[in-house]
Every structure is written in structure tokens, then in C-alpha cells.
Design a protein around this ligand. Structure first.
Ligand code: FAD
Ligand code: NAI
Length: 466
């Protein structure tokens, strides 16, 4: 029987990155995966397929709406949905193969099957009715998350879908009803709206994108409305009935009251995700969960059972691939006796719509609540030369800095390429930089990133182009 230094359960971005880092540090490593393919939610039914469809549908919309004004004359684009789905699948396959390659390159054993923890140092791997027990010095749980369900609304992944079904619809729904104005609802709502659906989003709270800066969310909502999104905020869906022609969704005000019925062809349920621990045997093995069903860990990712650690969506914190990856690296280094660490104050979040929304650090609401005195610097893309010539001027950059020290505490961007532009703010914040540092850093002209520099200048009330 093979004895490993580390067995990682789950090969999503948390698990496979952890395995690679551990192998780099000289450990003998195995990964256990119950899915047919490696890569977890992110590669198979999450980040990557959604970004492929966002890209393809954006090109479709651009070809139909933006080419002519630039003098590029094309006939009206036609949608070939199976070909678009094939484009998506090629992207998935390429990335999954990449992870397989990394496992081979780093001499990591891939054990296909469901992992169950029998106790410290013992993992049972079962597949096709057969089980084997693997011995290992350390175990990392990286089993990720699953879709959250709404009571009384049965997901069939055809007409009532989760994100997984919404990534594989075989025709464009005439009317798409989205439950939840979070990241999935707005990204996948964008995909299908661009391809021709009428999209209505029902959200329990009185705003979209909870957790993002309020001003950014409000302006972003208006931009989506201009694109054709309809929002029903402060509302909840209490049930969906199906007849042969349509789905009938019952919608009530969040606080209760008279219900109305809205017809749809497809309903997308995206109200968050829940930690996935099914079949892991955690209770029997003595691995404690917190009140929300997440694996409980200490600041060094250690669970309540000796030699067992946990990372990624299955533990507390933002359910993001890059957070899982950074935790994977940190826990591998800790197991190797090094000082692995994740800075939770500097984890960017990006919504990959058009325009994109990106954010790092504190929002204005969080600073107010914490009683921190801050200054705000804002700069709109309407005043940025590159955005003007490209006629993509929606959005703005907002920088929040400490009123006393000028240290940057939060950066929020809504605009094209916001997801790429946020990283200079991440580096700045990682090094404890100030708005003045950013304002005095030379930025190439003409770029959209100059708007970040101008927002930093605006913190000191001296933006040049405004
Ligand atoms: P996962 O990726 O969920 O991987 C867990 C793996 O563990 C799975 O392969 C599962 O099969 C396996 N597993 C579970 N239990 C067992 C067991 N007992 N034995 C063996 N294997 C097991 N995040 C971003 O940062 N950017 C994005 O753009 C983004 N887009 C997303 C879009 C969608 C539609 C969705 C649903 C999510 C998106 N996310 C995005 C979130 C991202 O996918 C997750 O944060 C990330 O995948 C979490 O990584 P993980 O390694 O913790 O778990
Ligand atoms: P989410 O937490 O982003 O949004 C869920 C929304 O549903 C919230 O606005 C919530 O208030 C609302 N809601 C909850 N219950 C409701 C109800 N009964 N009726 C109406 N609205 C209700 O979750 P989402 O969009 O499902 O995404 C899951 C996770 O996947 C997120 O944590 C996110 O981090 C991750 N993800 C990240 C992406 C990215 O980084 N670009 C893309 C997609 C997903």
C-alpha cells in the first residue's frame, strides 16, 4: 500500500494547486477526485465555461451592435448555439488537460473515486463498488461547494436550472427568470440576454451584488437596465409551477404581501452555494463543522482532527477560485514547515459582465460601519482618452483612502476590462501603499488604467483630466 505525505481530496483550483505546491516542496502526493474529469467546479461547470460563453456572446452582440459605427460592415450575425457550446467545451477540455498534465509533470498520483476520511492518516477511496484504503501523513479537504436550492422549487436542469444547466441550454429561452442578483445571475443573465432572451432578475434584497460597494452596484444596475435587464428587487420567488407552455413563478415582496405571477420559459436559481461535505465521513472521523456547515479550521487551515486540513469553498470566506488557490499554496507550505499565509484583506472580486465590475478591499459602507475616516477619489471613463476613442465610456474608478495616512483601503471599478485593471490596486494594497504612491506612478498613455491613476490623484483633489 502506497504511503503518501499528502492526500488532497478534490481537484478544483484549491485541491490541484495545493497538490502541485506540495510536490514542488518534495512531498509524495496523491489527489482523489470523484468526477470523471479533474478541475472541480471552476474548470468544468463554473469559471471557465461561463467565461467562454460570456466572451462568445459578447462578440455576438458586438458584431450586431458595435461594428457598424466603427465602419466595419457585416451582415447581421446569426447564432449557431451548438457551435458556441462546442467552443465552450473546447475551452473546458483544454484546461482539464492542462491540470492532467500538471499532475503528471509533478508526479502526483490521481486516484479516481470518492474519498472518505477514516481518521488521522487514512483515506478510503471508493469507485465502482470497490474500496481501497490509502495511508498518508496529511490530508487536505478541498471538496468545494454545491448549488444552494430553494425549498419547493425542483431543479431539473432543463427548464428550472442551476448555473450548471444554464451553461448548457440547447436553445435560447424567450423569457429567462433569474432568481438572485448575485454574480451568477448577472453573468449568466448577460449571456442569455445577449443571445436574445428577455431577462428578469428577482432579488430578495433591495440591491444587486450584495457585498459590493453600494454606489458601484447602483450605477451598474442602471447600466444593465439600459441593456434590457429588468429587476424586481426586494422580492422573493415562493414557487414555480409548470404547464406545457410556460413556467409560472409566484413572486411576493420580501417582507410578505400580495403575490404576482410571472411567466418564463426557463428559471435560473442562483441564490448562493453551500459547502460540499457529502460522503466524506467527517462526523464519524471527528472533523467539526461550523454553524453554516463549513469545515471549521484554525488560522493555519487545521481542522479539529490531527493531520487534516481544509481549504477553498468548503471553508469560510469568499467562494472564489483564486482564494482557494492561494489557500492551497499556503496550506502546502504550512505542512512543509514553512510560513504559508493568505492576506484576506486583499482578495479581488470580479464580475465578468459588460461592463465588468471589480473590487478589492473595503467598501464605503464597510468603512462607515467601522467608523474609519476616509477620503474618496473618483474618476469616470468618460474623461479617459482611450475610452473616449473606443466609445466605451461607461463606468468609473473609485478609490477609498485612509483620511489620516492616505493608505489605500479599497478600490472599486465598473467599466470595460475592470477585471484586469484591479490588479495594480492589489499590488499597491499588498505593500500598504498610499493614494499618493499610485498617483505618482507613471501609467502608459493611452490606457484605461490611467483612470486608476486619475482616481488616485482625485483623492488629493488634483485629477488632471476632470
Ligand atoms: P471545487 O472547484 O468545487 O472542487 C471540488 C472538487 O472536489 C470537485 O471536483 C468535486 O468533484 C470533488 N469532490 C467533492 N467531494 C469529493 C469526495 N468525497 N471525493 C473525491 N472528490 C470529491 N470563481 C472565481 O474566482 N471566478 C469566476 O469567474 C467564477 N465563476 C464561477 C461561475 C460559476 C457558474 C460557478 C458555479 C462558480 C464560479 N466561481 C468563480 C467559483 C469557483 O468555481 C469556486 O470558488 C472554486 O471552484 C472553488 O474551488 P475548490 O477547489 O474549493 O472546489
Ligand atoms: P451570490 O451569493 O453571489 O448571490 C446570490 C443572490 O441571491 C444574493 O444577491 C442574494 O441576496 C439572493 N438571494 C438569496 N436567496 C434569495 C431568494 N430566495 N430569492 C431571491 N434572491 C435571493 O451567489 P451566486 O450568484 O449563486 O454565486 C455563488 C458563488 O459563486 C458566489 O459566492 C460567487 O463568489 C461565486 N461566483 C463567482 C464568480 C466570479 O467571481 N465572477 C462568478 C460566479 C460565481
Amino acid at each position: 500500500m502506497a504511503t503518501y505525505d499528502l492526500v488532497v481530496i478534490g481537484t478544483g483550483p484549491g485541491g490541484y494547486v495545493c497538490a502541485v505546491r506540495a510536490a514542488q516542496l518534495g512531498m509524495k502526493v496523491a489527489v482523489v477526485e470523484k468526477n470523471a474529469t479533474l478541475g472541480g467546479t471552476c474548470l468544468n461547470v463554473g469559471c471557465m465555461p461561463s467565461k467562454a460563453l460570456l466572451h462568445a456572446s459578447e462578440m455576438f452582440e458586438e458584431a450586431g451592435h458595435s461594428f457598424a459605427k466603427m465602419g466595419v460592415s457585416v451582415s447581421a450575425p446569426k447564432l449557431d448555439l451548438p457551435a458556441m457550446m462546442n467552443f465552450k467545451q473546447q475551452g473546458i477540455d483544454g484546461n482539464v488537460k492542462g491540470v492532467e498534465f500538471l499532475m503528471k509533470k509533478n508526479k502526483i498520483d490521481v486516484l479516481k473515486g470518492t474519498g472518505k476520511i477514516l481518521g488521522t492518516g487514512k483515506v478510503e477511496v471508493s469507485a465502482d463498488g470497490k474500496a481501497q484504503v490509502i495511508e498518508t501523513k496529511n490530508i487536505v479537504i478541498a471538496t468545494g461547494s454545491d448549488i444552494a436550492r430553494l425549498k419547493g422549487i425542483e431543479i431539473d436542469e432543463k427548464r428550472i436550472v442551476s448555473s450548471t444547466g444554464a451553461l448548457s441550454l440547447d436553445k435560447v429561452p424567450g423569457r429567462l427568470l433569474v432568481i438572485g442578483a448575485g454574480v451568477i445571475g448577472l453573468e449568466l443573465g448577460s449571456v442569455w440576454r445577449r443571445l436574445g432572451s428577455e431577462v428578469m432578475v428577482v432579488e430578495f434584497l433591495d440591491r444587486v451584488l450584495p457585498g459590493m460597494d453600494g454606489e458601484v452596484a447602483r450605477q451598474f444596475q442602471r447600466m444593465l437596465e439600459k441593456q434590457g435587464f429588468a429587476f424586481k428587487l426586494g422580492s422573493k420567488v415562493t414557487g414555480v409551477e409548470a404547464n406545457s407552455k410556460a413556467l409560472l413563478a409566484k413572486i411576493e415582496p420580501a417582507a410578505g404581501g400580495a403575490a404576482e405571477t410571472i411567466e418564463a420559459d426557463v428559471v435560473l436559481v442562483c441564490i448562493g452555494r453551500t459547502p460540499y461535505t457529502d460522503g466524506l465521513g467527517l462526523k464519524e472521523a471527528g472533523v467539526a463543522l461550523d454553524a453554516r456547515g463549513r469545515v471549521q479550521i484554525d488560522p493555519h487551515f487545521a481542522t479539529s482532527l490531527k493531520g487534516v486540513y481544509a481549504i477553498g469553498d468548503v471553508v469560510a470566506g469568499p467562494m472564489l477560485a483564486h482564494k482557494a488557490e492561494d489557500e492551497g499554496v499556503a496550506v502546502a507550505e504550512i505542512i512543509a514547515g514553512q510560513a504559508g499565509h493568505v492576506n484576506y484583506d486583499v482578495i479581488p472580486g470580479v464580475v465578468y459582465t459588460t461592463p465588468e465590475v471589480s473590487s478589492v478591499g473595503k467598501t464605503e459602507e464597510e468603512l462607515k460601519q467601522a467608523g474609519v475616516a476616509y477620503t474618496v477619489g473618483k474618476f469616470p471613463f468618460t474623461a479617459n482618452g482611450r475610452s473616449k476613442v473606443n466609445q466605451t465610456t461607461d463606468g468609473f474608478v473609485k478609490i477609498l483612502a485612509d483620511a489620516k495616512t492616505d493608505r489605500v483601503l479599497g478600490v472599486h471599478i465598473v467599466g470595460r476590462e475592470a477585471g484586469e485593471m484591479i490588479h495594480e490596486a492589489c499590488v499597491l494594497m499588498e505593500f500598504g501603499g498610499s493614494a499618493e504612491d499610485l498617483a505618482r506612478t507613471c501609467h502608459a498613455h493611452p490606457t484605461r488604467s490611467e483612470a486608476v491613476k486619475e482616481a488616485a490623484l482625485a483623492v488629493g483633489k488634483r485629477a488632471i483630466h476632470m
